[in-house]
Design a protein around this ligand. Sequence first.
Ligand SMILES: *Cc1c(COP(=O)(O)O)cnc(C)c1O
Length: 465
Amino acid sequence: MANLRNIPSIDDLLARPEIQSKLSVYRREFIVDVLRQAVNELREELRKSKQTYDKEQISNLILHRADKILSTAVSGSLKRVINATGVVLHTNLGRAPLSDQAFQYMQAAAQKYNNLEFDLDEGVRGSRYDHVEDLLTRLTGAEGALVVNNNAAAVLLGLSTIAQGREVIVSRGQLIEIGGAFRIPEVMKASGARLVEVGTTNRTYLKDYEAAINEETALLFSAHTSNYKIMGFSEEVGLTDLAEMGQARNIPVMHDLGSGILVDLVDWGLQDEPTVQASIKTGADIVTFSGDKLLGGPQAGIILGRKKYIEQMKKNQLTRALRVDKLTIAALEGTLLEYLCGNPRQNVPVIKMLTMHPEQLREKAEQLKEKLAPKLTGNAQRCKLAVVALEDMVGGGAYPTYRLPGFGVSLAFSGKSLDKAARELRLLEPALLTRKQEDSMLISVRTLLPGDEEEVIRQLAQVLR
Ligand SMILES: *Cc1c(COP(=O)(O)O)cnc(C)c1O
């Protein structure tokens, strides 16, 4: 009990020089809270402890604990993660990492005023939507463009503007759910449009659409089934046929592309995903896709299409609620400029990671293994290191069946220590997220960003020593 009597008061702690120096940086109320928490935690432990400490020792124990509580509190909850999973567009890890140029544009917009909604030439109010519309139409061949919060918002806005209170025809094979939260039927309901399902899960023909058209039909909707693929006995109506029919019957066609890519990646084996330009060219009246999937930009929903529909959407009250902020516009402009006048294969991280040659990846894995080996000699787990071929994934719902041939370093563990080590690595800062395959931990090198390799070596050495 002597221990409990030796706990200093909060005022005594506040008077300590270690705490005084913190008071010049942090709010006093915050520091008092931190000290209270540290005292409470330590009191619980001292109750159970058999050892006795003097006043000075107890103060030091509290200060040490307060330091930990403080650093956890100020580091925030959103933390850096090193992605060693080999999944390029990992929705749980924030999807696309931005290019340098996107980041620079975003940084420039962040702390200064800008002409977000101001026409500098005329000195009058302008529109935030003007900034990227020209870039998007030049890059894709679309007549008009509009950017909203995300692709779910883009689909919602398109449906609400064109089909509220009327019917939208969709193939049963395309009634998709994405990421557990975006379901076409639910979005349809929220938009006020009436869903008319045609065909079956595995087969839908043009005649099914034809038979469902009536005077209530406002839109033909086609969703790119990006996160799954029906193999074998299946049939969907191609966009070309759908667009042709839409034109003949004077009904617009909306294509939810999902991932939306601007560069053709056929040479890298990625042929399942239609480019945005191809979708526009095929005759879709409205095309929607995400900014942070294959485009490699910030979270955004990009809507392209015929001028008259884009103008209608801009006037929809929903647009105000779904609008993007200056940071998104700046990052998107930086990204799109890279496509228009730069080198996306070199400078847009997502495209760079997807187009890495397996031989390049093997070299990267060899280097990592070489540097790692001396750091792990004599480690307690005695894990065996090897360079292995592995299958990476595009992620983000794109190319669901395609595996990218990749390389990585495998650490073979014996027994259960693998899960424990994986957890310890996740709790470091930055966190390291690895892959598991049977008794091995895999570090895929494709998704390691510049500077990550040194951290990975340091982290593995720390946890496995
Ligand atoms: C990812 C995806 C969405 C949702 O996009 P968000 O930008 O995450 O809102 C909608 N439709 C398809 C086909 C998708 O792949």
